[in-house]
Design a protein around this ligand. Structure first.
Ligand code: FES
Length: 152
């Protein structure tokens, strides 16, 4: 091998190694966010004193959510219910039949879904109509008299 050939191969090999090393960080930045998992997050709903026995209250929650490379603000509504036995439930406001929004109807003492006349009892169980399952219940906890919910 002549000196010229050796030098040519050395330069090409060096350039390949440098290009390979420099391409790793951008590739990592491109690929890693797609596999990053969301941490478990508790959202503050409000002080427990805001919620009354037998009167479900709608609360809108906003939080940041990462979808791959995109971070967006998500708003969702839940109902906080205090049952006669004092137990607190945080229920989704989305009907389990076809995902319409339900609303609390005080006169009927039920959650009403206007899409197909579905009714849910105050504890989220199905009372009438086509919904196949109770309203989704979210895990919650109370700390220092504040209610927190974990949305899935
Ligand atoms: S979507 Fe609620 S009853 Fe059909």
């Amino acid at each position: 091998m002549s000196r010229r050939q050796w030098l040519d191969r050395f330069v090409k090999l060096s350039a390949t190694i440098v290009a390979g090393v420099l391409s790793v960080p951008p590739l990592v930045m491109l690929i890693v966010p797609a596999f990053r998992r969301e941490k478990e997050r508790w959202l503050k709903v409000g002080p427990l004193s805001d919620f009354r026995l037998g009167e479900p209250k709608a609360v809108t929650l906003a939080y940041q959510r990462r979808d791959g490379w995109v971070i967006r603000t998500v708003r969702t509504s839940v109902y906080v219910v205090v049952l006669p036995n004092g137990k607190v439930k945080v229920l989704s406001n989305i009907c389990t039949h076809a995902n319409c929004a339900v609303r609390w109807e005080r006169e009927k003492q039920a959650f009403f879904c206007p899409c197909h006349d579905g009714y849910f009892a105050i504890d989220g169980s199905v009372k009438a109509g086509p919904p196949p399952r109770p309203l989704q219940e979210f895990p919650h906890k109370v700390e220092n008299n504040f209610l927190f919910v974990r949305l899935s």
